[in-house]
Structures are given as structure tokens and as C-alpha cells.
Design a binder for this molecule. Structure first.
Ligand SMILES: [Zn+2]
Length: 302
């Protein structure tokens, strides 16, 4: 009998839900708007799972791996999800009550890293770090095949490593000088705007900064390179603590390609403790499905 499980990626605006078999095949995928109320959220997730599973008679469902955008404790409870307006929610208990299956909960960025390890760019690795560079800088750390969540679920929050490239820029977390203020899309835009004539443009996005860079704009290039340098320095710090096999870079900003990856690697090589420097860098490959695969990986990756 073939074994399957659900991967559920709960985001601030949408939920992505997929049925994945133990070989890593994504059999069916659904996407729907995120209800803000936790009870409504759990009801709609279970209703979709019920609708999907009837298409696959004769399979054995092992459970569901659920990613939520907040710090998760004991694969069960989230302490808060600011972009859903949630406080402490017993996610595993509530879903088990409704779905009568084994539920494992993880932070969404950590779960994406598990997905990349199992079926993406990190296949074959047991120790890796994934940096998700988008609106913010998220991260996931996998040690010996398992998520490093830490005592209170705050493990892997790489974006808040204090680096002080811009010591007077305040981060969303309230602190100053976090990696995220330099290396996120908003940080890159802010840096590019400081010098550039298009600083009057209100709707300048990361895409426009990349376009300006490819068209030869030096300030746009510096903004992207500076983000890469900061990320590389963060990787050097992480490498001498974790000694990973691989760093993966995902998220919208990773679309900058070599223009971002080269300065990351260069800055890493300059700063890394030599015995920990034998690390591969690559772009993540699963895109928006990383969370779904990661949910399944909580059951199937060994
Ligand atoms: Zn911060």
C-alpha cells in the first residue's frame, strides 16, 4: 500500500496544501485564501484534505506536516503569528481533533528548508542552511536531518543576526542593524534609492533595482552586492557554529542570480574559519512548493 501525507504551508495571505507520496511525488495541490481566525483556518484546511483524499482510495495517509509563520514549540504549538494576528495557538491539537491524523507543526521557513533537503537543491545533505531572501530575510537550519528550532522555536531566524552594515536602520523586530535591513528586498531598494535619481519613484521595487543593475547602474549594483556581502558574512558566522555542507538561497531576491550569489560566496570565503569553509552554495529549486515538500519531509525524510 502506498504511503502519502499532506504538506500544508500556512501563509499570511494564502494556504498551500499538497498531497505527497513517500517517493516525493506531489500528487495534488490546492491553494486558498488564509482565514484569519484560527478555527476557520483549521476547518477549511481539514475540509480540503477530506476533498483531496477521496481521490486516492487504497492509500495510507501518514498525517500532515503543517508550516506556520511563527515560532513553533514541540512540533505542536505556535507562540504567535503576527501576519495572521494569532497569539499562542495549539495547532497540532486543533487539527488532530478535526482530521483524526498525526499532525506535525513547524515554522514555515524551517519547513521549506526540510523540503529543499528532501527533494530540492539540498538532496543528499543532512546539514544545511537555507536563506530565504524576500521582503524579509528568513532562514531554516537543518542539523543531522532535523530542524533546529531551539528552546522556544526561534532557531533559524537568520535575518536578525546583528551585522550593523546600516547601524541606524531599524528592523521590523525593533532592533537596529539586523541582516534583514541590508539584505532584504526592502533593504536593497532603500540602499539603491539613497543615491539614485529614481529615488522620487514611490513604487520602485526590487525588480526595477535589478533591471537598473543589469543596465549598468553602479548604485543599483552596489546595493545588491552589499546585500550579498552581508549575507556572506552571516554565512561565515553560521558556518563556524554549524559546519553545514550547503547554503541554499531562495526567495524573490535570489532571482538576481549570480549578481547576488557571487558576492555572498566571495564575502563568505574572505571571512570564514578555514576548517569550516568547504561548503557549497546553490539556489533553492522548489520555489513556492518547498513548504509542501517540507511538510511531507517531516514524515518521510530520514
Ligand atoms: Zn531584526
Amino acid at each position: 500500500m502506498s504511503e502519502v501525507c499532506f504538506g500544508v504551508d500556512v501563509g499570511g495571505t494564502t494556504v498551500k496544501l499538497g498531497l505527497v507520496d513517500s517517493e516525493g511525488n506531489l500528487l495534488e495541490k490546492r491553494e486558498f485564501a488564509s482565514p484569519k481566525d484560527p478555527n476557520a483556518m483549521f476547518d477549511v484546511i481539514v475540509s480540503h484534505m477530506d476533498q483531496v483524499i477521496v481521490h486516492y482510495p487504497g492509500i495510507r495517509c501518514m498525517g500532515a506536516g503543517v508550516g506556520v509563520p511563527g515560532p513553533v514549540i514541540d512540533e505542536a504549538m505556535v507562540r504567535s503569528c503576527s501576519n495572521l494576528g494569532w497569539g499562542r495557538v495549539m495547532v497540532a491539537e486543533e487539527l488532530t481533533k478535526r482530521a483524526h491524523m498525526n499532525i506535525k507543526v513547524a515554522n514555515d521557513a524551517n519547513m521549506a528548508a526540510m523540503g529543499e533537503m528532501w527533494m530540492g537543491a539540498g538532496k543528499g545533505c543532512r546539514n544545511l542552511v537555507m536563506l530565504t531572501v524576500g521582503t524579509g530575510v528568513g532562514g531554516g537550519i537543518i542539523v543531522d536531518g532535523k530542524i533546529l528550532a531551539g528552546a522556544l522555536g526561534g532557531g533559524g531566524e537568520i535575518g536578525h543576526i546583528p551585522l550593523h552594515y546600516h547601524p541606524d536602520w531599524q528592523c521590523n523586530c525593533g532592533k537596529y542593524g539586523c541582516l534583514e535591513v541590508t539584505a532584504s528586498a526592502s533593504g536593497i531598494i532603500r540602499a539603491a534609492k539613497q543615491y539614485h535619481p529614481f529615488s522620487e519613484m514611490q513604487d520602485l521595487g526590487a525588480k526595477e533595482v535589478f533591471e537598473a543593475m543589469y543596465a549598468g547602474d553602479q548604485h543599483a549594483r552596489e546595493a545588491v552586492e552589499n546585500a550579498g556581502k552581508a549575507l556572506g558574512e552571516a554565512c561565515a558566522i553560521l558556518a563556524c557554529v554549524l559546519n553545514p555542507e550547503m547554503f541554499l538561497v531562495g526567495g524573490g531576491v535570489s532571482a538576481a542570480g549570480r549578481a547576488l550569489l557571487d558576492p555572498i560566496e566571495q564575502s563568505f570565503r574572505e571571512k570564514c574559519f578555514p576548517p569550516c569553509a568547504n561548503v557549497r552554495f546553490a539556489r533553492a529549486t522548489l520555489g513556492n512548493n518547498a513548504g509542501i515538500y517540507g511538510g511531507a519531509a517531516l514524515f518521510f525524510a530520514h
